[in-house]
Every structure is written in structure tokens, then in C-alpha cells.
Write a protein that binds this ligand. Structure first.
Ligand code: CS2
Ligand code: MG
Length: 416
């Protein structure tokens, strides 16, 4: 029984931030969605899909998920890379969505069924100073979060990655303090920020110590260094924060050089998470085989879809490495739903990032997953459980936006 694909549409919309969504429709009317959003580079993936992949999909059998993955990956000749892998991810996710709808089952059932009752998530707290940070942590706790990422301002720096400035703290459409941590800014050129690694390294351990003392030993705390450190600086930070028992320290070094993590690992027992900018299993090979990390940060959206990420996580499992799937607001509700279905099924689930989309975004996608008591659950609708509302999408057209560029105080471009 084949199920030919009739249509593959690339939908680009901006309900407050840009999202690229692929919608595949079969001849007999089944519809599948895939997320292809690459923050700040959205139209490159949209063109890859509409110009190069959509024409190949028409008439193909929608049931052939693995074959289509291989056809698009090997068949391109040019391998890997965030644009290619986000495009393949969108096709793969849409085909899983369709297959589950044909089966009449929520997608996680096709991935092996439930392995747990829900996904523990972490929320986001931040403050330019301790007072703001404590308030933000209390708000997160009041909303039910049971694990919290802590990001802090650094004395002398006007703005820091992951920290809501007072000016943009209330971006939630309902006027709440829900914060979109790095809304790619809608401007003709990227905003520039400045960075001082020594000031950061002096300050962060004092903040994590204060937070641990204030909130007690139980609360899982996470921190993201956003690729800004050298291996030896990362080792120093990991060692300095050991007493505060972090759940993980994320992206300590630029991730391209896997061997850099050896240096970090030999100096600290602080758990390490990495991989939100990775896109294939090859990016993890040394990290897994030498057991240099503890959590995999890739999103379904950026790592070749459910097929790509599941393969990475199976490989991780043999080294006791767990999932910590990327879930910022630039992963759309389609990408997040895919992560939730995968996360509830896999044996080596660790934690799921949850940044919460704005009400306008949820109106566009109408996600069926739910957040309660610090846990996400996928819902029981067939497929991914997400719908795309064309009228809402058309009312919010694409707007050019860039992530910030980061410079050291002397003007040298640094990792953001
Ligand atoms: C971040 C991301 O969620 C995280 O841990 O590092 O928010 C990242 O900055 C964005 O996805 C960039 O688009
Ligand atoms: Mg991160």
C-alpha cells in the first residue's frame, strides 16, 4: 500500500518571531507538519525546501521515512550542515506525523510507547542582579517548574546572553514576565553585545553559590555558558561550581572541537551538556566514545528530525549519556511536540528544555501538549498533535531578524 505525496508547502510566518514550517499532504488527504526554523537564517532553509526538496517529494510514498531520509541525506552529495539538516528534519518529522495519523495513534506509540509518565522540564530564570534573579526563580517555582536554568548579569556588561533586561522582560503577549531569551531582533543588521570572560568567570560562581544557599540543596540548577570559554577556562568554571551541584553546565566551549572537552572533563565532575548547534551524529562521536559529556542538546529540528535525533540518542545510551533536548522558543511548537513524543518513548531521557511560546505562537500552531507540575506530556491526538492555522500564519508575515553578534571589550568578534 503506497501513499503518494500530493503537496509539500513551505509556510513562513512571524507571530512575534519567525517560524518555517513544512506541510506535506498526501493524495488521500493526510497532513503532516515539520519544523525547519533556523533562527536568523530562516529563508535559507525555506529555499532549500521549496527549491530543492519539495519537487522531489511529490509522488513519493509518504510511508518511506527511512528511505526518504537516506535519499535526501546521501542524495544531496553535500552532507551535513544546519541548513540541510533542518530541511531534512522537517521532511522527516512531517512523514512521522502522517504515519502516526494513518495509524490513528499519537506519534510516541510508533516510537515504542511510553517509558515514563511525562517529561521533566527546566524553566528559565534570570536577573541582572541577585534580587531580580531570586524573583525570577520564585516566579518559575510558582509556575510549577521543578528544575531551573539560572543566568545572571555580569558587573560591567550592559547585557548578557540569556538575561532578560528590564526593558524586554515582559515580552509575553499577555504582559507577563515570560521571557523570550534571544528574540532574533528585527533589524537590518545584528545588534552587537560585548563580553568580558574574566569578569564572567569571577562573578558566576558567586551567583550560583548564593542561589544554592537561598533555594536549598534539592532544586536542580542549570547554567549555559553559550560557547564562550576556552577549554581551560571551562575547566576552571566547572571546578569552581562543583560545590553548588549543578544538574549541568551547558556549551562551555565552541562545540566544533570535540577534543576540547577532554581538557574540561579531566578537571571537573560538573555534568556537561552540549550540542544545540550540532546537526549530525558525527558531531558527537568523540564526545560519546570518550564519555566527555552527560547530556545531548540537539533538537529534532536541527539534527535531521526524529530519525536523526533518535539515532544520536540510541548511540548516546550505550555510554549512559542522556537527552537534554534543546527547546528554546525558536524551535516551533511542531519541533517541540516532536521532542516530547520522542522524549516520552526513549530509555535515556534526561530533561527537556521548555521556554514557553507566546500566546500568538500557540494560536498559530494550536499545540496539543500540556505543561503541568513541571512536566510536559504529548497528548493523545493522532500524530504530533499540532495544527497550523493558515489564516493566523498569513496575518503575520516574515520579518528579517538577526541574532546578536558578540565582541570582546577591545572589539574582537567573539562567540555569541
Ligand atoms: C540557548 C538557545 O536554549 C538555549 O540553551 O542556548 O536559546 C539559543 O541561544 C537559541 O536557540 C539561538 O537561536
Ligand atoms: Mg544553550
Amino acid at each position: 500500500m503506497t501513499m503518494p505525496i500530493a503537496n509539500a508547502e513551505v509556510l513562513v510566518s512571524n507571530p512575534g518571531r519567525n517560524f518555517v514550517t513544512l506541510r506535506i499532504t498526501t493524495d488521500d488527504g493526510f497532513v503532516g507538519l515539520g519544523d525547519a526554523t533556523l533562527n536568523g537564517r530562516e529563508l535559507a532553509v525555506a529555499a532549500y525546501l521549496s527549491e530543492h526538496l519539495a519537487p522531489l517529494l511529490i509522488g513519493r510514498d509518504a510511508h518511506l521515512i527511512e528511505d526518504t531520509w537516506q535519499y535526501l541525506y546521501r542524495g544531496a552529495y553535500w552532507r551535513r550542515g544546519p541548513v540541510t539538516m533542518a530541511a531534512i528534519a522537517a521532511v522527516d518529522t512531517a512523514l512521522w506525523d502522517i504515519k502516526a495519523k494513518v495509524a490513528g495513534l499519537p506519534l510516541y506509540q510508533l516510537l515504542g510507547g511510553r517509558s515514563r509518565s511525562g517529561l521533566l522540564v527546566y524553566g528559565h530564570a534570570s536577573g541582572m542582579d541577585l534580587h531580580e534573579l531570586y524573583d525570577s526563580i520564585r516566579e518559575q517555582l510558582a509556575e510549577g517548574y521543578r528544575a531551573i536554568r539560572v543566568q545572571t548579569g555580569v558587573p560591567g556588561l550592559a547585557s548578557v546572553y540569556g538575561v532578560a533586561s528590564s526593558a524586554n522582560a515582559s515580552v509575553g503577549d499577555g504582559g507577563d514576565r515570560r521571557y523570550d531569551y534571544e528574540p532574533a531582533r528585527r533589524s537590518a543588521v545584528p545588534v552587537e553585545e560585548s563580553w568580558d570572560t574574566r569578569a564572567y568567570l569571577r562573578h558566576v560562581p558567586t551567583v550560583l553559590e548564593a542561589v544554592r544557599n537561598e533555594f536549598g540543596p534539592e532544586l536542580p540548577l542549570l547554567h549555559d555558558a553559550h560557547h564562550r570559554l576556552t577549554p581551560i577556562q571551562a575547566a576552571k568554571l566547572g571546578k569552581a561550581v562543583e560545590p553548588y551541584d549543578l544538574f549541568w553546565l551547558e556549551d562551555v566551549t565552541p562545540a566544533e572541537n570535540q577534543a576540547a572537552l577532554r581538557r574540561v572533563r579531566e578537571h571537573t565532575t560538573t555534568p556537561l551538556a552540549i550540542g544545540e548547534v550540532f546537526n549530525t551524529i558525527w558531531d558527537y562521536r568523540e564526545l560519546f566514545e570518550e564519555q566527555l559529556i552527560d547530556y545531548v542538546r540537539s533538537a529534532v529540528t536541527h539534527a535531521g528530525g526524529i530519525t536523526g535525533l533518535r539515532r544520536i540518542l540510541d548511540y548516546a545510551a550505550i555510554y549512559q549519556i542522556k537527552s537534554g533536548v534543546h527547546g528554546p522558543t525558536d524551535v516551533s511548537p511542531v519541533g517541540l511536540a516532536a521532542a516530547i513524543h520522542l522524549g516520552i518513548a526513549i530509555p535515556n531521557f534526561g530533561i527537556q528544555e521548555y521556554m514557553r511560546h507566546s500566546p500568538a505562537t500557540d494560536e498559530l500552531f494550536r499545540p496539543g501538549y500540556t505543561f503541568a507540575d513541571g512536566m510536559l506530556t504529548p497528548g493523545e491526538a493522532p500524530g504530533l498533535g499540532v495544527d497550523y492555522d493558515d489564516a493566523v500564519g498569513q496575518a503575520h508575515p516574515y520579518q528579517a531578524a538577526y541574532l546578536p553578534v558578540n565582541r570582546l571589550l577591545d572589539g574582537t568578534v567573539h562567540d555569541w
